[in-house]
Write a protein that binds this ligand. Structure first.
Ligand SMILES: NC(=O)C1=CN([C@@H]2O[C@H](COP(=O)(O)OP(=O)(O)OC[C@H]3O[C@@H](n4cnc5c(N)ncnc54)[C@H](OP(=O)(O)O)[C@@H]3O)[C@@H](O)[C@H]2O)C=CC1
Ligand SMILES: O=C(O)[C@@H]1CCC=N1
Length: 270
């Protein structure tokens, strides 16, 4: 029977628990959570998802066959040191920690099956774009089980551990870029007289429509853009400003900085 413990009970842990319980992949009594000190948050998760809280003696952790690491990179050392003596020798570890490598986790928890996953917070609505990488100790059966868990929160791609850096920059952090665009587009539309609620609804629907058009896959984004852009029209005027203001350069710099940070976090907390 699959028994899961989440070490770390913040935004990412909650998004995954939400997906797992909604899809009824695992019964809530087989999911336990623990964190550092925020007892209220544990109680809130218990109330919302009917999951258990890891007790003082850490019985659930001893019995877990899947352990999610869901704390910030800076807290990984302390958390891994604490759980190392308690963890079941057979347990598979699934880390969502940005940057921190399988080798570093192995150094703390010993040689065992370890998967690194980069989900995103859209897991909370079943739409995470997750990528996963594993060490050679993860069996084919375990890989299928991990993919099954991750599919309860969205889509999953298997990538090399090296590629997780750019995945983190693109899809791990990605939702934040769209929220930033939303803030800017909303503010700009309001400056020209639109109500906030109207601006928001129009922007959301536009993002969703554009995403669906790309998903349909009939045309490359460049061709889809061409079809919106009437010669001498409004889109041309708008896109010209994006080009003049070097938004393309800003996007390259954004991905470069985020993937570099992922590498640096890995080194800083090894
Ligand atoms: N948020 C996101 O969009 C994404 C985050 N990630 C990764 O997920 C991880 C978690 O991020 P997020 O959920 O946003 O972070 P949060 O700050 O929301 O949650 C972190 C959790 O870790 C707990 N924690 C800290 N130290 C320890 C410890 N020593 N032992 C046990 N638990 C501990 C905290 O407990 P307490 O509150 O009691 O201190 C808290 O519950 C990060 O490594 C991040 O890189 C990956 C993809 C997307
Ligand atoms: O900002 C971060 O470091 C984490 C990793 C990806 C999304 N949030």
């Amino acid at each position: 029977m699959t028994k899961i413990v989440f070490i770390g009970a913040g935004a990412m842990a909650e998004a995954i628990i939400n997906g797992l319980t909604k899809e009824e992949k695992i019964s809530p009594e087989n999911i336990h959570v623990m964190n550092k000190s925020d007892v209220e948050q544990l109680q809130q998760l218990k109330k919302a998802y009917h999951v258990g809280i890891v007790c003082e003696e850490k019985k659930a952790l001893c019995e877990a066959n899947i352990v999610f690491l869901a704390m910030k990179p800076k807290d990984a050392k302390e958390a891994l040191t604490d759980i190392a003596p308690i963890l079941n020798k057979e347990a598979t570890v699934i880390s969502v920690i940005a940057g921190v490598t399988i080798q570093t986790i192995t150094n703390y928890l010993g040689s065992r099956p370890i998967a690194r996953v980069m989900p995103n917070t859209s897991a909370a609505v079943g739409l995470s774009a997750s990528a996963v990488s594993w060490n050679e100790l993860v069996s084919d059966e375990e890989k299928l089980a991990i993919i099954d868990i991750l599919e309860s929160i969205g889509t999953v791609k298997t990538v090399s551990e090296e590629d997780l850096h750019v995945v983190t920059a693109l899809s791990g952090s990605g939702p934040a870029y769209f929220y930033y665009f939303a803030e800017q587009f909303e503010a700009a539309a309001m400056l020209h007289g639109l109500e906030k609620t109207d601006a928001r609804q129009l922007f959301i629907q536009t993002m969703e429509g554009a995403a669906q058009m790309m998903k349909k896959g009939d045309f490359e984004p460049k061709e889809l853009r061409r079809r919106v852009t009437s010669p001498g029209g409004t889109t041309e005027a708008g896109v010209e400003m994006l080009i003049q203001h070097k938004v393309g350069d800003a996007i390259f710099a954004c991905i470069n900085a985020a993937q570099n940070k992922s590498r640096m976090l890995g080194k800083q907390y090894e």
